[in-house]
Design a protein. Sequence first.
Lengths: 501, 178
Amino acid sequence: MKIKSLLIANRGEIAVRIINTAKKLAIKTYVIKTAKEPKAMYLEMADEIIDFSESIEDIPEFLDIERIINAAKEKNIDAIHPGYGFLAESPYFAQRCQEVNIIYIGPSADAIYKMGNKTIAKQIAIKHKIPLIQGSDGNVSSFKRAMVIARNIGYPVILKAASGGGGRGMRIVEKPKEMEKNYKLATTEAQKAFNDASVFIEKYIKNPRHIEFQIIADKHGNIVHLGERECSIQRKHQKLIEESPSPALDNKLRKEMGEDAIRIAKAVKYYSAGTVEFLLDSDNKYYFMEMNTRIQVEHPVTEAVTGVDLIELMIKVAEEEKLPFTQKDVKLKGWAIEYRINAEDVQSGFTPNQGILERFCYPNGKTTRIDTGVSDGAAITPYFDSMIAKLIVTGQTREKAITNSLTALNKIRIQGLKTTIPFHKAVLNTKSFREGDLSTSFIDTEMTKLFHQEPGEEEMAAFIAAFDYLLEVQSDEEAVVDYEKGKNLTPWLLNKRLKSL
Amino acid sequence: MKMKFSKGEKNGAMKYIAYGSGKKKHEITFHQEKGIKIDKHQADIEIVKDGGLFFLKWNNKRYTAEIVDKNQNKYTLLVNGVSYDYSIETPTSYKRKKYLEKNEPKTKIQEVSAPMPGKIIEVLAEENESIKEGDPLFILEAMKMQNEIISHINGKVTKINVKPNESVEKGAILVEIE
């Protein structure tokens, strides 16, 4: 069935991105307007607006399944694209769409459910011989039990608090004799921090890389991978820079990991676009982490090196079409790097920098692509994420892409907000990044300063401040106009008058 | 760029001292005939002002600058997206400032305030604890994200004004550091 109308259940840059492809395919687009950003860019670009300004429920607009479904039914919309985040990985939402005969642009509810459940996903991986990070099955009840498990999986291991997260409540154990002390520390720490002493064990992978494979599959059993993306530059599990291909992979490893990614996707009869995430250790051993059953933020780097439009493919797959290419047609050409330009203050620990984006200008060139959902005057609010734009830069080689990136980052003009641009420049100027030597702990281990400063910036800041001050002082000293009499007044005279009043 | 000085110091020059945190100090001289000097060196600077942005060219390098905040002689600027704080002093007011600093009691209370509205999730600092610049003090949740509030100064925590689960406004003083 041809899709003639499409509701985008999302906002920001991804809504704009989907609208652009829908327009290309002559599909009528509908978007949802909220009271939180009534003048957003995606609203201007869509054909029709569904107004959710009036809040009915406490549920946020983009999470209100029934309201979205009802609106789509009312307007007789053929299909819904969830974008990323919000309802993108809700099996129930996909299920509800199916029940009311709306095409859900994404995988089946069953595939979303299975891959979204960590336990089931793990079992599927084991069954299909996909390498996993070994560990204790559940919590470890005693130090002795910990010793047995650690011996089986091999040192080093990591003890993690069951209720923990974000790096807290974790202890790395290098040798058997360090286990007793660390086990005690980990459990007491976990008790103190999370009021739950239970811990589990995993094989510790030192400085791993985050490598993920883009999958695209149709409803006729055809499935290919579109190469990998490396997303090792992260801060607290938030990706900041992504690239494709990865400097760590050769063709042999790419084939091996790509085939494993396809195998796990096939196990859940996957169709549409999806991403299989792995950790890769320094010995080139890889471990399955999870599968994301949606389009991802960093999909443009894959588009840049493969030449496909992933949103278009998702729509075509939803229309029951067959994939227009096979695995052997997929060639990665050149290099692409994506930078997330967020309104964050890198100098004070990446805190969100809310406010008005007074001006936003960016370069347009053959080697740059900007995906954004904001323009001059837009507010970066606490309601949604702090992303201003994604900058995607290409080059024939990685080296060239890095050079082009620095040029592009220097040409972006942003007024009103602090952004992650000085961070990106600092990464690009780090030797190990240039050498392609990345890991998920890159920011902690390789970077001495998280923002880049050009020589002379300090002097220019001092100069502008002094210059502005000088102009103010001068305008103060230059006679003040007395509007009453049309005569010039000096500040001294004015002072005198004020005193005499 | 042409500049006119209505009232100058000797030789028609205006001298300012930009004094920043961490003892950053730059001397800027504006001279009617001789142009601009930065730290006693002649500086040929091209400036174009467009809206609130300054586009500068100095020593063949380009800079984009913005005045984000000013309060009398205190400035916060962004140059190429990095922020700088300066207070602008005349040679006389600078001398006075230095004199006052010298005679002030050494222990000076400084404050760390909330950079945005949000909820305090965790208090990581303790009273009487010695902290260094860059140490995390609080975890503040805003925009559905947990953010570390880090100290920008060295010192000893004298007073913590917030408790976990407390909502704070932007600018609320969270902690006092001596």
